[in-house]
Design a protein around this ligand. Structure first.
Ligand code: MD6
Ligand code: FE
Length: 215
């Protein structure tokens, strides 16, 4: 444990969350400014938007993407697309600062050759949540997922291989990076409704980045 400038305890250790899954506390803290600048630039080209689920519900989380592929949802289903359906244009390129962060986190977690082709950007405001799901739209489950949390803290739920398995509750803070793959790649997971609060950098929101090799 060390203290940061605001006197809050910051953990910089690695916490195993099961085979293939590790939480890197504070791993993105030193790069957070550059990462947020890159995210902001992406959202100017490809705006954050609320998608409709195949079941017809509007997602409470606003999303956009960068990289060769982008994750989308509509009445036809969940899938990856090379084009942003809002603009008809390719998604913005994956910024170098984001790629470097994702690859270094994967390497520290034991995944030496992570080649993400997509970064999904999720924005949560208080009350926004993500119900339990599996990430299974990617072609290759041998590569891990790297997930970066910025802004307000969230309670992540990490379940098992069945939807009915009781999930672990994993608090995620600004700068935390979760890497999971291998035997954990298809575990159910979700995010409980975001609690109200003010983050000193991001205000009343949480930004989550998930890097994957999708195509
Ligand atoms: C989130 N994350 O943390 C939502 N999926 O906002 C995910 O759905 C997720 O964090 C796969 C791997 C890591 C994740
Ligand atoms: Fe997910």
């Amino acid at each position: 444990m060390i203290d940061d400038l605001f006197g809050e305890p910051v953990r910089r250790d690695h916490e195993a969350l099961g085979p293939g899954a590790v939480l890197l506390h504070g791993f993105a803290l030193t790069e957070a400014g550059a990462v947020l600048d890159a995210v902001h630039a992406v959202t100017i080209e490809a705006a954050l938007r609320h998608l409709i689920t195949p079941g017809g519900f509007r997602m409470s989380v606003a999303i956009t993407n960068c990289g060769r592929l982008g994750w989308i949802s509509d009445r036809k289903g969940y899938r990856y697309s090379e084009l942003d359906p809002e603009t008809g244009q390719p998604w913005p390129a994956l910024p170098d600062a984001l790629l470097a962060l994702a690859q270094s986190a994967a390497a520290v977690a034991g995944y030496a050759h992570f080649t993400p082709d997509t970064c999904l950007i999720n924005r949560y405001v208080p009350g926004a949540r993500m119900t339990l799901h599996q990430d299974r739209n990617e072609k290759d489950f041998s590569q891990p997922i790297v997930s970066v949390s910025l802004g307000l803290p969230a309670m992540f739920q990490l379940g098992g291989m069945q939807r009915s398995d009781k999930p672990l509750r994993v608090p995620l803070q600004h700068g935390d990076v979760l890497v999971w793959g291998g035997p954990s790649r298809l575990r159910f997971h979700g995010v409980l409704p975001l609690k109200a609060g003010q983050h000193e950098v991001l205000g009343e929101q949480r930004i989550n980045l998930t890097f994957r090799c999708a195509g």
